[in-house]
Design a protein around this ligand. Structure first.
Ligand code: ADP
Length: 337
């Protein structure tokens, strides 16, 4: 459901071809996150000098901020192979063993949504991360025996939108941990320029600034909005994206001046109309808007909170004065309220 949103930070399979061309391959092309990049550069350089694998890396943060991209960049910068999977795809311990036993020396193995690992797989990963070996059970019944299989040193990169759900023992095995946060508008603007250059899209500064302003501080959203604006510019004009196209385009997509879409506004309105502005518990709220608690907490709330529209309090979610003002400003809001 969330993938249908134009402003979703999450990934939509259908757009993958262009996504892949837009994915930076090296640190120098990765915009923003200055401190994180500087640190990674040093850790990578040091590991290369010592001819060792890079320590295991853990990235957390909302979807679309570049966790997968960074994992790929680390592999490129280390000059090693990159293997990627996501925790829900690892159903049996055999699935993990099959990958680990074929992984090359110092290679990078990326697991997305690492908070969703099954306990048995997580256990296997502990030994793999710490001692570079795994126990594999051969045969069945009384004749079954366990054999230890040594692994080459490798780098596990785990990513999650939910750090709180990662177990202590797993988290503690990562030597490098970092949280990615929403990007500044200037960083998003430079990502838009970079993507426009790669996709040969023409736009002016005002258009780039307006798209950046409505991109929720999320590179994946800015890339997606840029492509939609390209469509509008092509059909409504001569292909050049200017402010007028962007303003009209955002209006057609029902994205407002803060980058909120209908679903975001629906969350705020539901709290206001049905719960007197809050507090309301996340489970109750999730049911009211027809979403899962996970989606509500990972996908919608972080940006609403960052913009100061929503507060998480011990008694539940509350909208803020800023939310009332923002919704009240909109013409269509008056009709709907
Ligand atoms: P996540 O794994 O956190 O959900 P991704 O790594 O898939 O996010 O990033 C989504 C898209 O955003 C990528 O395809 C890439 O093109 C773009 N992107 C992310 N971070 C950056 C960045 N810092 N600089 C340039 N492009 C970025």
């Amino acid at each position: 459901m969330m993938d249908k949103r134009i402003v979703a930070g999450s990934y939509d399979q259908k757009e993958d071809q262009e996504e892949i061309t837009l994915r930076p391959k090296y640190l120098k092309d990765f915009k923003g996150q200055k401190q994180l990049k500087e640190n990674l550069k040093i850790f990578i350089q040091a590991a290369i000098q010592r001819e060792e694998s890079l320590d295991h890396v853990f990235f957390s943060g909302p979807p679309g901020l570049g966790k997968t991209t960074l994992a790929g960049i680390i592999a490129h910068e280390m000059g090693v192979q990159f293997r990627a999977t996501s925790a829900p795809a690892l159903e049996r311990s055999g699935d993990l063993a099959a990958i680990l036993t074929t992984i090359g020396d110092k290679n990078v193995f990326f697991i997305d949504e690492i908070h969703r690992l099954k306990p048995i797989i997580e256990e296997m990963l502990y030994a793999a991360m710490e001692d570079f070996e795994i126990d594999v059970v051969m045969g069945q019944g009384p004749g079954a025996r366990t054999i230890k299989i040594p692994l080459p040193p490798f780098t596990l990169i785990g990513a999650t939108t939910k750090t709180g759900l990662v177990s202590g023992p797993l988290y503690s095995r990562f030597g490098i941990t970092s949280r990615l946060d929403f990007y500044t508008e200037d960083d998003i603007k430079s990502i838009i320029y970079r993507s426009a250059a790669i996709l040969k899209i023409q736009l002016d500064e005002e258009a780039a600034r307006t798209i950046a302003h409505c991109s929720r501080g999320t590179p994946r959203v800015s890339n997606r909005l840029l492509r939609r604006m390209r469509d509008f510019a092509q059909v409504w004009g001569n292909g050049f994206i200017n402010r007028e196209i962007v303003t009209k385009g955002l209006d057609s997509l029902e994205i407002d001046s803060l980058g909120l879409d209908k679903l975001d506004r629906n969350i705020l309105r539901t709290i206001i109309k049905a719960y007197g502005g809050g507090p309301v518990g996340s489970e109750t709220l999730a049911i009211s808007i027809g979403e899962s608690v996970d989606t509500l907490e990972d996908v919608y709330e972080p940006y609403l909170i960052q913009k100061g529209l929503l507060q998480r309090t011990p008694r539940g979610r509350m909208v803020t004065e800023i939310a009332y003002q923002h919704l009240g400003d909109r013409e269509d809001q008056r009709l709907l309220f």
